[in-house]
Design a protein around this ligand. Sequence first.
Ligand code: HEC
Ligand SMILES: [Cu+2]
Length: 354
Amino acid sequence: MALKRRFLGPVAQVGASCFTALFQVGALAAEAPSREAGSLTAASTPLAYFLHSKGPAARPVIYLGWALATICVLVCVIIAGMLLIGMFRRRKQQDARALVSEGGLRLVYVGSVLSTIALFGIAVYMLSVLAEVADPPKTPGLTVTVTAYDWWWKADYGDGETHFSTANELHIPSGVPVLVLLKSADVIHAFWVPELAGKTQTVPGTTNRQWIQADRPGIFRGQCAQYCGVQHAHMAFEVYAQPQADYDRWYAAQMSAATAPSTSQSMRGSKLFEERCAGCHTVRGSKAAGVQAPDLTHVLARRLLAAGTVVNTPENLIDWVQHAQELKPGTLMPDMKLSPAEAGDLSAYLATLK
Ligand code: HEC
Ligand SMILES: [Cu+2]
């Protein structure tokens, strides 16, 4: 009875750890196939980066992850095996000195030396991966400045005449290394597109650098990876890797100013926008020039709203404007109180921001 109890405790513990490890690997392997969205593949499941890397900055990191996971599983299995052997070949008498006199400490020495060698090897491997992903293989073809805000991302492209700003979306040409300059407007955040590169923090007052490159066109989910406040989880973004020609078209469209509203309803909406929203938001080509919030010049061209909180449909758009605090409690945009007529006018105006 006593033997059974002494035996079952450790076995259950070791078994549980091994099971957890295997279960995690299994769950990753069972990842759902990615959906097709036009010519682009929709962002895949959150942990897919453990199975696939989609660019050269992420590849060495994924191999490192596999190597470390393998070592962890091996250690778990070996320790469990030795524990089982130890339990079955247990001494009759509990005499601690017997361990020394019978040379039982030998295994402890061997184990210590082996773990030291393994840990040292892992450290060297990790440092070499860091060096490998530090710089792109060739000069970046594009530089984008990304600024993290509580709780969204601003992306600035070009400069001077060609400058424009967008939010929560990065478009890049596929197959080209892109340098991302990372800034923060408030607290420390971290820029992370798992399938394309490791995490890099955005630190107020500093400009950090991270390069990304997508092998093929696709949509890659990104996420703030440093806890930054209540809506940290709703601080996502997407990277759209496109063939060069598509990217150029997107760039030209984004660079243009908004077209002036032409119907009387959208004109009323535009006036409302200037009164109620322009303190925070910019629409290039109008009087609205606020800087504390996403540039809305081409808000309709975005797939998601409010850093991945909702899909960008006309209903969600006006719902967000009126109930931002319900959809994303604590967000720095207040609920805008609008009469049904005002909501209609504003919707008509927002529908022109293609
Ligand atoms: C006090 C400043 C402020 C005012 C006023 C304001 N907003 Fe916002 N707005 C924000 C902030 C900050 C965000 C980013 C919120 C987030 O993602 O957490 C935002 C986000 C948005 C978004 C989502 C943009 C995107 O790309 O995800 C839309 C659309 C929007 N606002 C429309 C409006 C409209 C229309 C008005 C006026 C009726 C308005 N806002 C008034 C601060 C403001
Ligand atoms: Cu953040």
